[in-house]
Design a protein around this ligand. Structure first.
Ligand code: GLU
Length: 436
């Protein structure tokens, strides 16, 4: 019945075929669909589950006219994707980046649905983006853009509908402006609209470090499973924004030697280990780690191929592809970014025996503490950082264990297993709602 429909699906062996033919899609939305399709099939779920999830429920395209500092009006394009609300309101960040595209937003919102489901959060997936280069904009221009973006979306987002948060190149200040603009429009204070806010506006203790903390919890669990002692182990980190830098600091605290870091402008390498607190200070001042004392320059391609125990891609999509997957030498690849590995590259690394912690599990610490922030906003009752971290630890370890168990029992990759854990929850919700 349903199973036969599924087996006829042309996506069936696409990963295997693509590896043989040395070709792969880099379109993130196609990749997201492929991952969902594979998990639906592996669990023998009705094809309706895939049909409900293959496209976002809604994607909004907005234009945001901003008066620039030179007096001229410039119109920016922004998107907000709401992938699924089957288990709760849409949830996910907003990125400001020149490469933002409709398909990227669709994929990122899809991944958020699966990320929330893998942890068991009562949310669906959302993601937004604005095509812009924040490095080239003044603070006033950024504020106008942030306010304009949320104004354009005001009727479609909200604490019970869709809750934005930070992502690439957005931060607590931007969340604060958006929350203020929305609250003014509504006529009441609405901290539950958005998470990752400054603490004075209802932000949660521990939210800044949360994604990195979750990444490090996953690395610790993975290291335990493969018998890797983290004290003295080596790591390389691609990306030194919020997630990359917190991951570096927390790995450093565990005694991991970070030998290489790259950011959008360059890199730093020291085989005896980079001094992380100095690197963080240096990055704050210079906007890059290039030129840090006692380090040599290194490129992103060199970093990904380095002889280290742990590789952490913490930047953008499609960094490990068919073109370089066979060069990865790490024992653990911890996907702190969203979509850094193509399915084909993942399969090659699995064959090489590399344990990959997939993005939807690895970087779920951020949205988990966002969930805590939203709960605190709704209750108007705030928790200490210790409480937040303890709850985060519990949720991440439970999620890791659930994914690892399916990985072992079903002999599937950690990525496939994470999608299976997530899609099972989504399918259960669909059944309970009477959709299938
Ligand atoms: N942008 C982050 C992510 O990709 C956080 C989302 C959130 O906190 O809602 O997971």
């Amino acid at each position: 019945m349903e199973m036969s429909t599924m087996t006829q699906d042309p996506a069936k062996d696409i990963v295997a075929t693509n590896i043989e033919q040395q070709k792969e899609t880099l379109n993130p939305h196609e990749i997201a669909r492929l991952l969902i399709n594979n998990a639906t099939r592996e669990l023998g779920l009705p094809s309706a589950v895939y049909e409900y999830l293959k496209e976002p429920e809604r994607v909004l395209h907005v234009s945001i006219p901003v008066r620039m500092d030179n007096g001229e009006i410039k119109t920016f394009v922004g998107y907000r994707g709401q992938h699924s609300t089957v288990v709760g309101p849409a949830k996910g960040g907003v990125r400001f980046h020149p490469e933002v595209s409709l398909d990227e937003v669709k994929a990122l919102s899809t991944w958020m649905t699966f990320k929330c489901a893998v942890v068991g959060l009562p949310y669906g997936g959302g993601k937004g983006g604005v095509i812009c280069d924040p490095q080239q904009m003044s603070k006033r221009e950024l504020e106008a853009l942030s306010r304009g973006y949320i104004r354009a979306l005001a009727d479609f987002v909200g604490p019970d509908r869709d809750i934005p948060a930070p992502d690439v190149n957005t931060n607590p200040q931007i969340m604060g402006w958006m929350m203020d603009e929305y609250s003014k429009m509504k006529g009441y204070n609405a901290p539950g609209l958005i998470t990752g806010k400054p603490m004075i506006l209802g932000g949660s203790a521990g939210r800044g470090a949360a994604t990195g903390r979750g990444v490090v919890i996953c690395i610790r669990e993975a290291a335990n499973r493969i018998g890797l002692n983290l004290r003295g182990a080596t790591a390389a980190i691609q990306g030194f924004g919020n997630v990359g830098s917190w991951t570096a600091m927390l790995l450093d605290e565990l005694g991991v030697k970070i030998t290489a870091i790259v950011d959008a402008r360059g890199g730093a390498y020291n085989p005896s280990g980079i001094h992380i607190p100095e690197a963080v200070e240096y990055y704050k001042e210079h906007g890059t780690v290039t030129g840090l004392a006692h380090t040599q320059n290194i490129t992103s391609a060199e970093l990904l191929a380095m002889e280290v125990d742990i590789l952490v891609p913490a930047a953008l999509e499609n960094q490990i592809t068919l073109a370089n997957a066979d060069q990865v030498k790490a024992r653990i690849v911890a996907e702190a970014a969203n979509g850094p590995t193509t399915p084909e590259a993942g399969r090659i690394m699995t064959e090489k025996g590399i344990l990959q912690i997939p993005d939807i599990l690895c970087n779920a610490g951020g949205v988990t503490v966002s969930y805590f922030e939203w709960v605190q906003n709704i209750q108007n009752y705030y928790w200490t950082e210790e409480e937040v971290n303890a709850k985060l630890e519990l949720m991440m370890v439970n999620a890791f264990n659930a994914v690892y168990k399916v990985h072992e029992q079903r002999k599937v990759s950690m990525r496939r297993s994470a999608y299976m854990v997530a899609i099972k929850r989504l399918a259960d919700a669909m059944t309970a709602r009477g959709w299938i």
